[in-house]
Design a protein around this ligand. Structure first.
Ligand code: F6R
Length: 614
């Protein structure tokens, strides 16, 4: 999705903007641009393509005298194709101001017609450009820049994070937010703005999150925030603990691989602080969660998108089994437009790595409106979903830069497991199994040992199969969501068609796909007892139709060696940890296949890290 960065201060503005934009590249984009002051005028440079292309353009023009304030933007096209013209920043008719924008202006068509009638002329097909002209319209009526921005913002419907610079006010930059994140970075004699924290990390860790409807003015010395009624708001800054190194590759060829290998620590960080060392019980008191929160809860909804949805499916198995409360899991894009049966006895759980996903946020608001209590599982501190929830359980995965989610997924599953233990004790009044808790605590150590062994074997298997155009992923029970996740991962980063299926469902359709060129990845764990036997039978059905098999199975699952030599062995553990253990080989497999196919692994085509539009 789009990214914004802005700076006001004494530093050379272009390097600051370019550094910020590079840190936002992971969000996915198709064009980029900057605006800055030069000889008292606003100068825009923008281009379709990569940040590198923008840098080349800037280099050619040799803007040594560029001055702050300045804004940078990476665009991910929604209205109008990716092109130089549609790239941000956008000017008004007289180049008196320049705007960058994330989000979608839903009433842009109506606004554009109005503005055209008033004689404004447009240079792009974007919804963003209407904002520039709308502000211009208010300037023409005698408003000062801040007032013009506030008035224009009131006319906008939809989502926006806006940053604006005015030719006649080179001492300030202006920002506004509605349903799209804006974070302000504080410095000494300088201030920053961005749509996402990584853009600020090279410069500051003191940040303030803007709330919906707020507008802010940044000068070198001061940040002033105003609520929709125009009243100044005083807000304490938050300290971001992520360091720069954790947002960099650290010697790995890709963020994705680094993030896969970070999973043992991420799981440790997520679980350790929530397990009381004295009594071994799960304790969420530091997260502000207590037994009372669950009083009267008769039903749970877990709502999320993509990979987070798959974590939710795992959560259903865990919570229903341990707590005995019915759990419905829904895709946020579906949930928000149906008529879910929700009341004050419902607990709504939103799962979102970014905490900004538009559909998940809209579902949360709908559930709240209908009286549900809201708990969210998020990775980004201060994100919108986190702020709008009654309780937030933060996964401690650290920044996830690669577009494909890996460590966010396993920490979400880890958090759902902790929550199921907690609810088992506090809601169902049953003692959690101590062996399971101990197994969770020793999981990071096991992963550290196993991951490189899996990786070696997976490199071998990937060389055999990287050219395949279709894969089938099969799993049952708690490993069914993992089959879905494995298929999603290879689709998104290797552009290979893959289907995840419940193994028992194969006979009802996908078995027709089985042939020598279509490998089937089968997940089977002895810990699942009879389900293991059933999955083995499904694998035999594939093999007997000459379908090649890649088996991710328990150590010592001799039966599978009779069917295939492509076996990845996973150590025996407790059933509740299977999703975490079995998904990692699938992440590595997708990674290796994508690498062999020469794909842009961290920034797969058409995808964005944070999906802030529907
Ligand atoms: C897949 C992936 C996406 C996200 C989905 C939800 O690797 O990253 O499917 O899981 O867009 O994003 P969040 O969790 O930020 O709400």
């Amino acid at each position: 999705m789009c990214g914004i960065v802005g700076y006001i201060g004494e530093r050379k503005v272009i390097p600051v903007l370019m550094e910020g934009l590079r840190r936002l590249e992971y969000r996915g984009y198709d064009s980029a641009g900057v605006v800055f002051f030069r000889k008292g005028a606003l100068e825009v440079v923008k281009t379709k393509g990569r940040i590198l292309d923008l840098e080349e353009k800037l280099f050619e023009k040799c803007y040594v005298d560029a001055a702050a304030p300045g804004l940078g933007h990476t665009r991910w096209a929604t209205h109008g194709e990716p092109s130089d013209k549609n790239a941000h920043p956008h000017f008004d008719c007289t180049r008196s101001l320049a705007v960058v924008h994330n989000g979608i202006i839903e009433n842009y068509y109506q606004l554009k017609s109005e503005l055209l009638e008033k004689g404004h002329f447009f240079s792009s097909a974007t919804d963003t450009e209407v904002i520039a002209h709308l502000i211009e319209e208010f300037l023409k009526r005698g408003c000062a820049p801040f007032e013009a921005l506030c008035k224009a913002a009131k006319r906008l419907k939809g989502s926006y994070a806006l940053a604006v610079v005015f030719k006649k006010d080179p001492e300030a930059l202006f920002v506004a937010r509605n349903q799209s994140p804006v974070v302000i970075g504080l410095g000494e004699g300088e201030n920053f703005v961005a749509s996402d924290i990584p853009a600020l990390l090279p410069f500051t860790r003191e940040v303030i999150f803007l709330e919906d409807g707020e507008v802010a003015i940044l000068t070198k010395e001061k940040v002033s925030i105003f609520n929709p009624e125009g009243k100044e708001v005083i807000r304490e800054p938050v300290k971001i603990e992520w360091d720069l190194a954790s947002a960099e590759k650290g010697g790995y060829p890709h963020f994705m691989l680094k993030e896969i290998y970070e999973q043992p620590e991420a799981i440790q960080h997520t679980s350790l602080g929530r397990i009381n060392q004295q009594n071994g019980e799960v304790d969420f008191s530091a997260d502000g969660l207590s037994e009372d929160f669950f009083k009267g809860i008769k039903k749970l909804f877990i709502v999320a998108c993509g990979t987070s949805f798959h974590a939710g499916l795992v959560g259903k198995y865990l919570i229903e089994e341990k707590v005995g409360i019915p759990v419905e899991v829904d895709l946020a894009s579906e949930f928000r437009y149906r008529n879910p049966l929700i009341n004050e006895n419902t607990l709504f759980i939103a799962i979102s790595q970014s905490g900004e996903t538009a559909d998940t946020l809209a579902s949360l608001r709908e559930a709240k409106k209908r009286g549900a209590k809201v708990l969210s599982i998020c990775n980004v501190v201060g994100s919108t979903i986190a702020r709008e929830s009654d309780v937030v359980l933060y996964t401690q995965a650290g920044p996830e830069i690669s577009v494909a989610s890996t460590k966010a997924f396993t920490t979400q599953v880890c958090m759902l497991l902790l929550l199921s233990f907690y609810m088992q004790k506090r809601v169902a009044k049953r003692e959690p199994d101590k062996n399971e808790l101990e197994a969770l605590l020793s999981l990071p150590g096991i992963l550290k040992k196993e991951m490189s062994l899996w990786h070696e074997k997976i490199k071998e298997i990937s060389k055999k199969w990287y050219f395949a155009e279709d894969f089938l992923y099969l799993g049952r029970n708690i490993l069914f969501p993992i089959a879905l996740e494995g298929a999603l991962k290879i689709k998104e980063i290797a552009y290979t068609h893959a289907e995840g299926y419940a193994a028992g469902e194969m006979k009802h359709g996908p078995i027709a796909l089985i042939e020598e060129k279509v490998p089937t990845v089968v997940l089977a764990a002895k810990e699942t007892g009879i389900i293991y036997e059933k999955t083995l039978s499904n694998a035999e059905e594939v093999a007997s139709r000459r379908g090649p098999l890649i088996a991710v199975v328990s150590k010592g699952a001799e039966e599978f060696y009779k069917l295939t030599q492509d076996v990845i062995e996973v150590p025996l553990t407790v059933k509740v940890l299977l999703p975490i253990l079995y998904v990692i080989p699938l992440q590595l497999f997708a990674y290796e296949i994508a690498a062999l196919r020469g794909c842009d692994i961290d920034k797969p085509r058409n995808l964005a890290k944070s999906v802030t539009v529907e």
